[in-house]
Write a protein that binds this ligand. Structure first.
Ligand code: CP
Length: 307
């Protein structure tokens, strides 16, 4: 696979090389020093979010504005002509013709792929069902490298709803590009797909209990139970509240271990963790703007050299 983001879709973290990760993280660090650039003054990002979002949509919009560009943003499907029976394919063709990059969030990963097939401009997956959330994984990598100085040689615990969390899946795929060791901790009903784990080539992956690995890990990645993905309310009710990370859960951890979370959180991560030096999830969300500035600049082929 060739390196580089320019003019390319980002549908899966599989589309990204290790060198790409390093490039976007390096540029994000530069972007974090600037609140405003004018390199995208003639560029338009079109966002169509079929599912709710706080961080992804608003940080992409903020990133585009900070690059000097503009956004067209749809977050209520009822306000579009899909309601009149227009096809998704025609809708994406039109949106593609209006802007320079298309950002799509949908519950069905095939819809995000359809947008990529139809559009001539790059399409970025802003969250595809339970499948993938590649830009979240890049943000995760950014906060890890910012906090611990590297991505290689670290031990991770990815905890929670690993069946339905697209963010957890993308993170595991990203870690496979580095020298990582990964523990997966989840209720039995919410384990990660065996097929995804079987495809991991470099990162040794083991299942376990947090209490057994807490002294060994460098990063604890917590995810909420993804209520909106469960086939029935009864299946959600059966696992709701089945795990919660509190200050007590961190007893025996390394002094510099970090706790990260893609957010939103519900009840799986206690507020008593917020005031500890381990908590990095709010900083992680804030870094989303710099990371997405870098990603948009690279995807749009902008001259991102900062004087
Ligand atoms: N982490 C994340 O995707 O958050 P939002 O759903 O608020 O965009």
């Amino acid at each position: 696979m060739a390196d580089g983001f320019a003019g390319r879709d980002l549908i899966s973290i599989r589309d990204v090389t290790r060198r790409d990760v390093e490039e976007v993280l390096g540029l994000a660090e530069e972007m974090s020093k600037r609140t405003r650039l004018d390199i995208a003054y003639d560029k338009l990002a079109t966002l169509f979010f079929f599912e709710p979002s706080t961080r992804t949509r608003l940080s992409f919009e903020a990133a585009m504005y900070r690059l000097g560009g503009h956004c067209l943003s749809i977050h209520d499907v009822r306000s579009t002509s899909l309601e009149k029976g227009e096809s998704l394919s025609d809708t994406f063709k039109i949106l593609d013709s209006y802007g320079d990059v298309l950002l799509i969030r949908h519950s069905d990963p095939n819809v995000v792929r359809l947008a990529a097939e139809v559009a001539d401009n790059p399409v970025i997956n802003a969250g595809a069902g339970r499948d993938e959330h590649p830009t979240q994984a890049l943000i995760d990598a950014y906060i890890i490298r910012r906090s611990l100085g590297r991505l290689d040689g670290l031990t991770f615990c990815i905890l929670g709803d690993l069946k339905y969390s697209r963010a957890a899946r993308s993170l595991l795929l990203l870690l496979d590009k580095f020298k990582a060791k990964v523990y997966l901790v989840s209720p039995p009903e919410l384990e990660m797909d065996a097929s995804l784990i079987a495809g991991i080539e470099n990162a040794p992956v083991k299942k376990g209990a947090l209490s057994d690995v807490i002294g060994e890990i460098d990063v604890l990645y917590v995810t909420r139970v993804q209520k909106e993905r469960f086939p029935t309310p009864e299946e959600y009710e059966a696992v709701k509240g089945s795990y919660k990370i509190t200050l007590d859960s961190l007893r025996g951890c390394k002094a510099d271990m970090i706790v990260i979370h893609p957010l939103p959180r519900v009840d799986e991560l206690g507020k008593d963790v917020d005031s500890t030096p381990h908590a990095r999830y709010f900083q992680q969300a804030a870094l989303g703007i710099s990371l997405r500035m870098a990603l948009l600049a690279l995807t749009l082929g902008l001259d991102a050299r900062i004087g």
